[in-house]
Structure formats: C-alpha cells, structure tokens
Design a protein. Structure first.
Length: 296
C-alpha cells in the first residue's frame, strides 16, 4: 500500500453490477482503499485483482469502513442487504435507484439505526463513470455535513450536485430529468416514423432533428420555468394555446396519411384541449404543468 493510498478515504461498496463495478474501479484507480461485497461473490474477483478487499457478507463489508456506498437493484434489496449490519456511526450513501418516498423512508430508517444518510441519483451510464469529459454526475440529497465531509471522495467517479437536505430530492431530480428524456425520445420516435416509408435518409434527417430540438428546448424550458415562478402564463407568449390547438388536426392528419399511429402525441394534444377548455387560450403551454400536477 502506497503513502498516496493511505491518505485516501477508505470506503465500502455494496453492489457490483455494471454501475457498481464502474464506481469501484474509479475509486481503486484513485487510490482509495475499497472493501466490496456482492450477493454473487464471483463478481468481486476482477476487482480483487485490482486491489479491492472482498467481504464475506454485507455486515462484514459495512464494518470495514465508516463510508458505506450502496448501489443495488432496488430499495427492497438495500433493506435486505443491510438488515443485519451495524450502521451505528456509519455514513450511508445510497446510489440505488428509488422513488423520492422510498429515499425519505430509507433516510429515516438509517437515522433510526444510528447512521447519517445521503441519497444519490446517478445521471450517467457505466461507461461515463470515471470519465470527466463525458459529463456524468450524481445528484445528492440528505445530510449536508456528510456530503461536505465526503464531497472529494464522492466526486471521484462523477461530478456531484447537491440538491438539498430533503433525502427525496435527489431521486426526484433524477426521475424528473429522465422523464423529460423519454418525452424527447418519444417525439423523435414519432418524427422518424413519419419519414420511415419515404425516400428520406434518416441519417441525413437526424442532424436537422437534433438542431431543431436543441433550438426549441432551451427557450421552451427556461420560459416555462420563469412563467411558473411568476404565475403569469400569458407574458411574452409567441404561440398561444388557442393557436396551437387549432393546429393539432394537421399533426393528426399527417400521421394518418403516413400510416403512423399518433399514440405518442395524442395524450399531450388532449391535455392542450383540456387546458383550452378552461379558458386559457392566451397562455402558452405552461398551464399544462398545473393540469398534470393537480390531476384535473
């Protein structure tokens, strides 16, 4: 063990799936003493060859370090893995994908067992871990002091963005951004379907689609945020709701002509119509946020 390794914070990692293994390798490469555990022991073999210390069970792994990072399948697996572990005095960082409510409940559970708790939402795929230029990062929420004490260690695999003391906020930010991603991909899927049977090269069409989405996304997202904050949904409106609803038949008819199902767009168009029926024709699309949030 080198002097450099001795200076680095030791930690334990529970869970050696694709993401866990990527996390482990970056901490090992940075010189952090690392204890690892996985329900299937064979997955630790490669990491042991790189310097990790294997633990025979989760309780043993937890006992090895003050800082314990968990990256398992789901919230239930976290509870099962830590059921017999002594968490008193531990700093528990949970990078398992969960819901906000599960994260808050797990934070209370951890505090009840004497641990400080930090929840994380990983905004990256395994190949982005340990590659700063890839732009991956992790949302963290929960115990502020824990985050500040271990910020440097947590930043080794990917960037860190702290979003508050509410333990559920990391998971909420994670799901909110991923939800937006799926909405964007849904729109792109519909666009490609429209041109699929035509003599249009999808490779040539792709940069046009990327440029258009990029140009529209920034002003739309920031504009919506400002209107939500101000409460005025009619300020600086370029294309009002009434005009946009009037244009819906063109999109539906074009899909029909191209033999494309409108099912990816229809729910959004229906929200637009419902909002217009409330007398919100001079607004832009911001009011749809309230329509969803209130379940009207």
């Amino acid at each position: 063990m080198t002097a450099n390794t001795q200076e680095k914070t030791p930690l334990t990692l529970l869970g050696l799936g694709a993401m866990g293994t990527a996390l482990a390798r970056t901490w090992l490469a940075a010189g952090h003493p690392l204890t690892v555990w996985n329900r299937t022991p064979g997955r630790a073999a490669g990491l042991v060859g790189e310097g990790a210390k294997p633990a025979g069970g989760a309780p043993e792994a937890v006992a090895a370090s003050t800082l314990v990072v968990v990256c398992l399948l789901d919230d239930a697996s976290v509870g099962e893995a830590l059921a017999d572990a002594d968490l008193a005095g531990k700093d528990l960082v949970n990078l398992t994908t969960t819901t906000p409510a599960q994260a808050r409940a797990r934070a209370e559970w951890a505090r009840g067992r004497g641990a400080r708790y930090l929840d994380g939402g990983i905004m990256a795929v395994p190949p982005m871990i340990g590659v700063p230029e890839a732009g991956g990062y992790v949302f963290y929420s929960g115990d502020t002091e824990l985050f500040e004490e271990h910020r440097e260690t947590l930043a080794v695999p990917a960037g860190t963005t702290y979003v508050g003391e509410d333990a559920g906020h990391a998971a909420l930010h994670d799901v909110a951004l991923l939800s937006a991603m799926y909405g964007m991909v849904a729109g792109a899927t519909h666009a490609f379907a429209l041109i699929r049977k035509e003599d249009i090269d999808p490779v040539a069409f792709a940069p046009l689609l990327v440029d258009w989405i990029t140009a529209m996304a920034g002003p739309s997202v920031t504009g919506t945020a400002r209107k939500l904050a101000s409460g005025d949904y009619t300020r600086d409106v370029v294309s009002n709701l009434a005009m946009q609803v009037a244009g819906v038949p063109t999109f539906v008819t074009t899909a029909e002509e191209q033999g494309v199902s409108p099912e990816l767009l229809s729910p959004y168009f229906e929200l637009m119509r419902r909002r217009l029926a409330l007398g919100s024709g001079e607004e832009d699309l911001t009011g749809l946020v309230d329509l969803l949030a209130r379940g009207e």
